[in-house]
Write a protein that binds this ligand. Structure first.
Ligand code: HEM
Length: 357
């Protein structure tokens, strides 16, 4: 189903390429990522209006923004009830929108055909444990909704943000774009599209994505953690129950840990065993340890497959004869850190397929 969704996007971009049109890549990738996530988690695609008139992306980004905004009430508990920044009020409105949406999805799944040969999606699996007395895993409707929220929030904005930053860096660095296209030409060839099974052979692609996640971590401050016991970190005493915020963005640009830390230079990973799984603390785009990201494998597959396909199928240039060096790379604040301004580019189809897809 991931392949089907990506094929739809490629088809749309081929039409744009015929007209020489400029494409809003940020919007296209965001829709792709939301559609993939909905199909994998909820079993089908939902239209923007199914959630709210503002649309899926806007409502999800509002949630991300609100949970990342420092709330004075967390630090001065006796003013929390006053909700001086209006965060609680806005979160309640946002929560209601998701709550109705998830109720609708659960009801649809409960009413749908339970035939033996029906392919089960993630919601069906959870409903298998719903209210049962027999299983040790018993979950109720609020648990299902919370898990759905985690899965959707974890998988939509994150992959889309990582893809838009990688494409931005490639457009800003034509040398790297060319080198990646040459790797794709030699591994995949110009007569077919990239398959998921090609990904493990694409070593330069892997370095490009690592380098992009290093400079543009999707969750720059990870997710707030709390210490379960008193401990020492270096010379610092951290009391039990402290809120801990890890500045992954700063760690991954730390000049003591990286040569020319600000430079986009994928070759730094050549022959290096530093990976993104949080075993080496200088590269932690998915966090580390027991509360590290559980969706890492899926996230990496979606990013690799999408970037590889877009770069293999099309030449890209910036609109209005903009020079690569002039591409703006401003960041937007939130739990996730997308581009502040959409990435616009003009595609030009470059494959000569043996068969049309
Ligand atoms: C590019 C893709 C992704 C990136 C960069 C990413 C990044 C992260 C980061 C940095 C954290 C916090 C880790 C920490 O604080 O140590 C996290 C947590 C989490 N991620 Fe991801 N993620 C991605 C994709 C996904 C996907 C596809 C899913 C689910 C399908 C997912 C589900 C989660 C969940 C549930 C948590 C919370 C884990 C916990 O608190 O125990 N993520 N992710």
């Amino acid at each position: 189903m991931r392949e089907e969704e990506l094929d739809l996007l490629i088809k749309l971009l081929r039409e744009a390429a015929k007209d020489g049109a400029t494409v809003d890549l940020s919007a296209k990738v965001s829709t792709l990522s939301a559609d993939m996530a909905c199909r994998m988690i909820l079993g089908k695609k939902y239209m923007d209006q199914d959630l709210d008139e503002k649309g899926f992306k806007a409502v999800m980004q509002e949630a991300m923004h609100l949970v990342a905004t420092p709330n004075m009430g967390d630090y001065i508990p006796y003013i929390a009830a006053l909700d001086l920044q209006g965060i609680t009020k806005r979160l309640k409105v946002n929560h209601k929108i998701f709550d109705h949406f998830f109720d609708k999805i659960i009801d649809e799944h409960m009413d749908s055909d339970k035939g033996e040969d029906k392919t089960k999606d993630f919601v069906d699996v959870m409903l298998g444990f719903y209210g049962t007395e027999e299983s040790e895993y018993r979950i109720e409707r609020p648990n299902i909704k919370a898990i759905l929220m985690d899965m959707l929030a974890g998988s939509t904005d994150t992959s889309a943000t990582a893809i838009e930053w990688t494409l931005s860096e490639l457009l800003k660095n034509p040398r790297v774009m060319k080198k990646l296209q040459m790797e794709l030409e030699s591994v995949v060839g110009m007569k077919r599209k990239v398959e998921e099974s090609d990904l493990e052979k694409l070593e330069y692609l892997d370095m490009v994505i690592k380098e992009s996640l290093r400079l543009h971590p999707v969750a720059p401050l990870l997710v707030p953690h709390q210490s379960t016991e008193d401990c020492m970190v270096g010379d610092f005493f951290i009391p039990k129950k402290s809120r801990l915020i890890v500045n992954a963005w700063a760690i991954m640009r730390e000049p003591g840990a990286w040569i020319e830390a600000e430079k986009f230079w994928p070759e730094r990973f050549e022959g290096s065993n530093i990976d993104v799984r949080g075993r080496e603390f200088q590269l932690i785009p998915f966090g580390s340890g027991r509360r590290g990201c559980p969706g890492i494998q899926l996230g990496l597959t979606v990013i690799r497959q999408t970037v590889a396909q877009l770069v293999h199928c099309f030449e890209w240039k910036l609109p209005n004869d903009m020079m690569p060096a002039d591409l703006d790379m401003a960041e937007e604040f939130g739990l996730a850190m997308p581009r502040a301004n959409p990435l616009l580019a003009i595609p030009n189809y470059r494959l000569s397929l043996e068969r049309d897809y």
